[in-house]
Design a binder for this molecule. Sequence first.
Ligand code: ATP
Length: 789
Amino acid sequence: AGAGDAAPQATFLSPEQLATAGGESYTYQSDIARLMRVVVSHLYHDRDVFVRELLSNANDALEKVRLIALTDPSILEPAEQLNVTVLADKDSGRIVIRDSGIGMSKEQLAANLGTIARSGTSEFLENLEKGDGGNLIGQFGLGFYSSFLVADRVTVASKTADDVEQWVFESEANADGFKIVKDPRGPTLGRGTEITLYLKPDAADEYLDLPKLRSLIQKHAEYNAAPIYLWTSASLDPSVNAVPVVEAEDDEIKVEDEATAVEQPKWDLVNDRPPLWMRDSKDVTEEEYENFYMTTFDSPDAPLAWAHFKGDAGSTSFRALVYIPSALPNDFYSKDYISLNSLKLFVKRVFITSDLGPNYLERHMNWIKVFIDVDDLPLNVGRDSLQKTKALAQIKKNLQKRVYDLFAQIASQDPTKYAELYEKAGVALKVGVVEDAKNRDRIVKLLRFTTSAQENSTSLDEVVARRKQGQTQIYYIAGAGQKKESLEKSPFVERILARGYEVLYFTDPIDEMVINSVPTYGGLRFQDVAKDGVKFGDEDDDEKKEEEDLKSTFAPLVGYLKKELAEFVDKVTISTRLTTSPCLVTAGTYGYSGNMERLLAAQNQGSDNFMLNFARMQKKNFELNPKHPLIERLLEKVDEAGDDEDALAELKESVSVLWQTALLKSSYQVPDPNSYFSLVESMLRKSLGVSQTAQAEVDVKPAPPVETGPPPSEPPPPPSFDEDFLAKDEALRHEQEEAEEAFEKGSEHKWVDWSSVKEKIGEGIKDTVKAAVPDLDTDVPNAPVHEEL
Ligand SMILES: Nc1ncnc2c1ncn2[C@@H]1O[C@H](COP(=O)(O)OP(=O)(O)OP(=O)(O)O)[C@@H](O)[C@H]1O
């Protein structure tokens, strides 16, 4: 619909008309008066923003009408056309912006423009007064008040569809109040709002220049859906209205005399391009996509990637844009997409809602920005039924697929960018695997893990491709919050790495949960190397025979340990996965790994942590390294002890130390640190030749008898400190802090260093166990060669 060709001059309101119309005076709310003063006195840079603000208000007002018209077309009757017109009048120094939007009643004029300061206004003003106004103006949006950047007097005439009267709001820049009068012209607008800016002299020079005004409108109204028309003359005086037409030189037919060859001024459509999302993606530049994202979703940063597409949803079709923001908001998990402002639903180019019910965008996707324009939706139903329409469900499915495709596309085309994205947003994908069963298979492909096989993280497809012949498991070790360097040293991965198999390091707390949701990938089963059941798949008959032999050889030791540790241990096994460690402790079928236990303990400090207590109650598995000299010697000791009570007591003590130290080394806690320390002390006594019963010589000097005299009047002087002692104490504390820090950072302190423990207590059990043989690894077979795909 065009703006019509009627010359606009006849309908404008003159200051004289207003002056005699009477009306009521109002006082601005204090924040607004303050805002106005700031606008007038401080903010003259960026004056152009008034174009954007006023056109966006006009566009919003028009969208409201279009939205209502979808269900109640009678709203259109007072003014059929939905558009904005802009007129610059040099003679009177005015710019007039009219829209046929929703309009405002008398009360609304007063409330919207005079009494309701928006939330954030005070904060904005405070920042301004502190001096960082220049940058804020763009973010804050002065709205209607930006008029006073360029005008010293503004009138707003407005009429709603069902009001018979038309009202005019009038204010001077810097005034404390405003006036509202009944429009002396009568209801000329039909429906809508007309803003007249009486420009300041310097602003008049700048903005009454038509080409400049036109380019400003183009720049700032790019995404306005409503058509904007500009009157092509800078004067309303009919004698200067016409602009000369430059005739083409080879024009053969001269219809008129050159002197009269003038073009009549007319309304010229300025924003003649369809909105960005309606265009073909090849007709939209990167910059346009970025700007659209930043304005639509109020973001100061450009997006990382986007997809723009068309699709069908049942009987209707839609266009959509999905954007991956440059960062994942920290609080994404505790918010929904509605509070993150992540969705815009349009119907036939009219904004409808940002809220399609709590689950329209899944929690892990709630930070991805989504713009949808549907060709047809039943809008005369309530919000709840709207959410349930089949079309919206289909669109949702399509959107999800597009988002995952977009991730996959970045991963394959630009791995560096993907690594950066994953670093920030990987956790959202992991949440997706855990919570979104329907899309799980798609999302798992996008995950990346820290691996022993390469510097960079790996996809699971790559892990499967690197599998060895016969391999049926993907090996992983969980160590939330720990570094790869620390996990590499764990006894659980010793033999697996020594053999050349790949191990994934689950350094993120959520990794173990991910694997609970996805027990297998590419036909391989995830295997926690800290749990029972590690298989290499290349065990040949000789190895199996050797294992069987070892099992029967060590049966007496296994039997003894089962009895001795019955309270804590479910299974005692002869292990094939250890190389240099004598033994290790793994979780039983229902128990947690040491890592999980630590996580649970960290989550809840209280003693009634049910899950933690439950996990701790679960019996564990004790794996022995049959090639280790400590274990070999223990077997001999079990055989030799027979009924000899002393020998049995000594054996019991050694086993207890071995078991508890293995607990520590496997990331569990010992049940009672005090009794553990007593055991170690007893061994130290033996190794140092100190009697088990000798006690520390304690010489306690008793306190003098009770004082009966009066309390001393002067407090005694403070004792003098031994400077040296203080310095030592400080150094010790420092050392402790460093050690704690290192522990938190997950350095090698994390794994108890078995060799140093052995060194410390080894002397003590010298008579029980032969000295350790350092090198045990000579018979570790190499992994078979890479499986050809
Ligand atoms: N052209 C218009 N037609 C109808 N109502 C309008 C028009 N311009 C402003 N209003 C009303 O006045 C209110 C205040 O406008 P203002 O521009 O100051 O802030 P806003 O538009 O709400 O916020 P922002 O500009 O930050 O988006 C608007 O919310 C709207 O209700």
